[in-house]
Design a protein around this ligand. Structure first.
Ligand code: BTN
Length: 251
C-alpha cells in the first residue's frame, strides 16, 4: 500500500461526484490521490441514495488507495477512514460522537458524515479503492432540512465556520497515522477502536436487504471485514456485509 496521502491533491469547483471523477480516471490517478470539490451535482450515498452536496463549505472528497488484491486491508479501509473522520470530529471537543454501523458518523441522533467506498481493478492487477467522504461542516439549516434523515453540521454545533482545508488535512493526517500503525503493528488496535466507537453490540436492529427484505435481530458482534453479526429472532446467527444492507436501530 502506498499511503502518501494527499501528495496529489485535485481541487475542483463543481463536479457530478468526486467518486465518479475518480472512477473515470482510475487508471491514471496515483495511489494517495485526494480529489476534493466545492459542490457536487450528483453526489452519491450508500445503497443507491444521493448525497446532498450544495456549495457552502462542506467536505466532499474522495481518496484513492492502491492495495494488493490479496491484502487484508481491502476489507478494512472503510473502517479505517470512518475512524479517521470520527477522530477528526472528536478533536473539536464534541461529545456524543459515534459511528453508526457501518461507517456513518453521528452526533447524538443526527448524521454528520458518511463514507462510500468502491473497489476497481487496475490494468496492473492491483486493486484501487476509492473512499468517498462527505462531512457536513458548514451546511445551512435549510440544506440540512432537505436530507432524508436528521442531519447536523459541525459548524452548526460549534457556532463557527469550519475550514474545509483544515478539516481535510486533519482527516488525511489521522488516516496516515492509522495506515502506518496497521503497516507496522497490524490492524488489531485500530479494529478495536473502530468497534468501540460503534456502540451497537447488544442493540435490537432491523436490517433491510437490497431486495427490500426486513430482518429483525440483536447485534452480536462487528467483524474485521466490516460485517455485522446478528442473532435473528429465530435464534439463528447471520452475518451481513455493509454493501448489501442498511440498518435501523429498533428503539
Ligand atoms: C453515505 O452515508 O451514504 C455515504 C455518503 C458519501 C458522500 C461522499 S461526498 C464525496 C464522495 N462523492 C460522492 O459522490 N459521494 C462521496
Amino acid at each position: 500500500m502506498d499511503s502518501r496521502l494527499g501528495h496529489n491533491l485535485i481541487s475542483l469547483k463543481t463536479i457530478d461526484s468526486t467518486n465518479l471523477y475518480c472512477v473515470r480516471n482510475i487508471q491514471s490517478l496515483p495511489s494517495g490521490t485526494v480529489v476534493v470539490a466545492e459542490s457536487q451535482t450528483a453526489g452519491r450515498g450508500r445503497n443507491g441514495r444521493c448525497w446532498h452536496s450544495p456549495k457552502g463549505n462542506n467536505l466532499y472528497a474522495s481518496i484513492i488507495i492502491h492495495v494488493h488484491p490479496t491484502s487484508q486491508l481491502i476489507m478494512f479501509i472503510s473502517q479505517a477512514v470512518s475512524l479517521a473522520v470520527y477522530s477528526s470530529i472528536i478533536d473539536f471537543d464534541i461529545s456524543d460522537v459515534w459511528i453508526k454501523w457501518p461507517n456513518d458518523i453521528y452526533v447524538n441522533q443526527f448524521k454528520m458524515a458518511g463514507i462510500l467506498s468502491e473497489c476497481h481493478s487496475l490494468q496492473t492487477g492491483t486493486q484501487a479503492i476509492i473512499i468517498g467522504v462527505g462531512v457536513n461542516l458548514n451546511m445551512q439549516q435549510n440544506d440540512l432540512n432537505q436530507i432524508d434523515k436528521p442531519a447536523i453540521s459541525l459548524g452548526g454545533i460549534l457556532k463557527k465556520e469550519i475550514s474545509v482545508n483544515h478539516f481535510l488535512q486533519q482527516v488525511i493526517d489521522q488516516l496516515d497515522e492509522i495506515f502506518h500503525e496497521i503497516e507496522s503493528s497490524g490492524a488489531d488496535r485500530v479494529y478495536k477502536l473502530w468497534k468501540s466507537a460503534s456502540p451497537i453490540i447488544g442493540k435490537k436492529v432491523n436490517i433491510f436487504t437490497n431486495s427490500n427484505e426486513k430482518v429483525a435481530g440483536t447485534v452480536v458482534d462487528l467483524a474485521y471485514d466490516g460485517g455485522i453479526l446478528i442473532q435473528l429472532t429465530s435464534g439463528k446467527k447471520s452475518k451481513f456485509l455493509a454493501g448489501d444492507v442498511s440498518l435501523a436501530l429498533d428503539d
